[in-house]
Ligand binder design. Structure first.
Ligand SMILES: C[S@@+](CC[C@H](N)C(=O)[O-])C[C@H]1O[C@@H](n2cnc3c(N)ncnc32)[C@H](O)[C@@H]1O
Length: 201
């Protein structure tokens, strides 16, 4: 289908940013799932993958899609914050739907003191939504058609949308080592990825 679009995460690239043999990941704002179950089976380094989204409509889709025991679907933010034993948190194509303060508060909650943690925020938009949309066909035609479909949905218009300059991330400089890398999603030119690494204290 022309309006369908799928993105699979690159496990090796992602894991190269994490300084740990076993990775417990929280995929925050997972949507309908960027993980490929066959890849997960082969790549044992990811010992646990927790999928969380605020939109409960995804639960059924994810339950049908994922059968691997290492993939855990948990849509309770309260229980996620209580457990908080992840050493990698991924926000993929998500933070544009947060206000800046919401993101700062959330990162603070998810990265408590005395804990080593990596946060990978990928697919961050830096240009106004309409400019990006007009450029999209030159970079990723499948994603362009997918975005086109979204534009005609009611959800698209009511959603909060924030774009982020790289400078914004200096707000985390006291707690994290900040590294900008080529986007770990599928728009390497139009978007970017930031890796935040926090030592134990
Ligand atoms: C564009 S989709 C990205 C889905 C997936 N991470 C990916 O990369 O394909 C954005 C997702 O973020 C979720 N989202 C937006 N705001 C959120 C919030 N405050 N808490 C949790 N999830 C949120 C939406 O429900 C949606 O599933």
């Amino acid at each position: 289908m022309i309006f369908n679009y799928k993105f699979n995460i690159d496990l090796k690239k992602i894991s190269s940013h994490v300084n740990s043999k076993k990775i417990k990941v929280l995929d925050f704002g997972c949507g309908n799932g960027i993980w490929n179950e066959d890849q997960i089976k082969k790549f044992q380094k990811f010992s646990e993958i927790t999928l969380y989204d605020k939109d409960k409509n995804f639960i059924k889709i994810l339950k049908n899609k994922y059968k691997n025991k290492r993939i855990n679907i948990n849509f309770s933010l309260k229980s996620i914050l209580k457990k908080n034993n992840y050493n990698l948190i991924i926000f993929s194509s998500v933070i544009q739907y947060f206000k800046e303060k919401e993101l700062v508060d959330l990162i603070s909650l998810l990265s408590p003191k005395n804990k080593e943690i990596t946060i990978i925020i990928m697919d961050i938009p830096f240009m106004p939504r309409m400019y990006e949309f007009l450029l999209l066909p030159f970079f990723n035609i499948k994603r362009f058609y997918f975005s086109l479909k979204l534009i005609f949905s009611k959800k698209y218009l009511v959603k909060e949308y924030t774009i982020y300059s790289k400078k914004f991330f200096t707000i985390f400089k006291n707690k994290f080592k900040i590294k900008f890398v080529k986007n770990l999603h599928d728009l390497p030119v139009l978007r970017y990825t930031v890796v935040l690494n926090k030592k134990k204290n």
